[in-house]
Design a protein around this ligand. Structure first.
Ligand SMILES: N[C@@H](CCC(=O)N[C@@H](CS)C(=O)NCC(=O)O)C(=O)O
Length: 334
C-alpha cells in the first residue's frame, strides 16, 4: 500500500533484546533481575501490565510506573518519593536507554524492560514483551495461569491482530496525527470499518479467537479502554462512541470487569497524558472532565455466549498493594 501525504508513520525501531528461558540472547529469564517500566496511559504498556497480571508474574518481575506526562527528552519517575524509581535509582527513563546505547537518539518509550544489575534497557519492543512473558517465562507462571497464546490458535490470533493493529490500535493514532485531510479521512474510514467488522465478529462469540481470553483480546482491549475517554475526542475518532456500539461496548465491559484488565486502568492519568503531552493537538492542555465512566461497571450479559475466560485456569489474585489504582482515578469514582 502506498503512503498518503500527511499520513502518520509510527517509529518502530527500538531496543529489542529478547529475555528467554535459555538465555540465548544473553538475557536469561531470572526472578528479580528485570524491571518492567510502564506508564498507565500507554496502550502498548497496558498490554504488558495485563499479561503480567494474568500470568501472575508480579512476584518475579517488578514494575516501575512513570508519571502521566513527559517532555521531548523522556518519561520520568515523578510519582515516586523523591521522583526517583526505588529500584533503578533514576529519575529520567532516558538514563536506562543511554546505559544500553550511549548517545541513544531515538524514542524513549514505554513499555521497556530494564536489566536491574546494569541499569540498561534490554527491550522496548512491546510485541515481543508479551509473547516472551507467555512463552519464555513459563517456569514462573502462577498456578492456574491461562494459556494466552495457544499453539493451535496462533495463526488466527496473528491474522486478527494484524487487522486490529493497523486499523484500530495504530489506526486511532493515524486519525489523531494525520497532517492532511486525505490521510485523516482514510484512517477514519478504516478505523470505523474495522470496528463494524469487530462488532459483527463478536456478536455471537465471547472472545476474539477461540472461546477463552487470548493475546488477541489483550491487544484489542487496551485501545477500546481508551476510546471514549481519549480517542473519540482528542484523536477525532468521532463517528460514534464505543458506548454506542452495543456488542463492542459489552465486550469491552466484560473484560474491564475481569480481574487483570480493568484494575490496570487509571482514567485520570490516561487523560492527563494525551491531553497535556500532545500540545500540537491540544495547545491549551485543558483536560476534559468527561466522559461519565460509570457505564464501565454495568452488567454486560456476555456470559450467556458461553466461553471460558481462563480456559482450564483461574482468574488472577488481587492487585499488589503498591500497584492499586487510587479509587478516585477509576470508574468507581464516577
Ligand atoms: N513506539 C512503540 C510503542 C510504544 C510507544 O509508542 N509508547 C509511547 C506511549 S503510548 C511512548 O513511550 N512515547 C514516548 C515518545 O515517543 O517519546 C512502537 O510502536 O514500537
Amino acid at each position: 500500500m502506498g503512503q498518503t501525504a500527511g499520513e502518520f508513520v509510527r517509529e518502530t525501531k527500538y531496543l529489542d533484546g529478547r529475555i528467554t528461558a535459555d538465555g540465548r540472547d544473553g538475557w536469561p529469564v531470572q526472578p528479580d533481575r528485570y524491571r518492567l517500566v510502564v506508564a498507565r496511559a500507554c496502550p502498548w504498556a497496558n498490554r504488558t501490565m495485563i499479561v503480567r497480571r494474568l500470568l501472575g508474574l508480579e512476584p518475579v518481575l517488578s514494575m516501575g510506573i512513570c508519571g502521566p506526562e513527559h517532555d521531548a527528552r523522556s518519561w520520568t519517575f515523578d510519582l515516586d518519593p523523591g521522583e526517583v524509581d526505588p529500584v533503578l535509582g533514576i529519575h529520567w527513563l532516558r538514563e536506562a536507554f543511554e546505559k544500553a546505547v550511549p548517545g541513544y537518539d531515538r524514542g524513549v518509550t514505554v513499555p521497556a524492560i530494564v536489566d536491574i544489575p546494569s541499569g540498561a534497557v534490554v527491550t522496548a519492543d512491546f510485541p515481543h514483551i508479551t509473547l516472551d512473558m507467555e512463552q519464555e517465562w513459563t517456569a514462573y507462571h502462577r498456578p492456574g495461569a491461562p494459556d494466552l497464546y495457544p499453539a493451535p490458535l496462533r495463526d488466527e490470533i496473528e491474522e486478527v491482530s494484524g487487522h486490529v493493529y493497523r486499523d484500530v490500535n495504530n489506526g486511532v493514532y493515524r486519525c489523531g496525527f494525520a497532517s492532511s485531510q486525505a490521510a485523516y479521512d482514510e484512517a477514519y474510514a478504516r478505523l470505523f470499518a474495522r470496528l463494524d467488522w469487530l462488532e459483527q465478529r463478536l456478536a455471537d462469540r465471547r472472545y476474539l479467537v477461540g472461546d477463552t481470553i487470548t493475546e488477541a483480546d489483550v491487544r484489542l482491549w487496551t485501545t477500546l479502554a481508551r476510546f471514549d475517554a481519549v480517542y473519540q475526542g482528542h484523536f477525532k475518532c468521532n463517528r460514534n462512541k464505543l458506548a454506542e456500539m452495543p456488542v463492542l461496548w459489552a465486550y469491552a465491559r466484560d473484560l474491564f470487569q475481569t480481574p487483570g484488565f480493568g484494575d490496570t486502568i487509571d482514567f485520570v492519568q490516561t487523560k492527563q497524558h494525551y491531553y497535556r503531552v500532545h500540545t500540537s493537538l491540544n495547545p491549551s492542555k485543558i483536560v476534559p472532565d468527561g466522559p461519565d465512566l460509570s457505564g464501565w461497571l454495568t452488567p454486560h450479559g456476555r456470559a450467556a455466549l458461553g466461553g471460558r475466560p481462563f480456559g482450564d485456569g483461574t482468574p488472577p489474585g488481587p492487585v499488589q498493594p503498591t500497584e492499586v489504582v487510587p479509587v478516585a482515578n477509576t470508574a468507581l469514582a464516577a
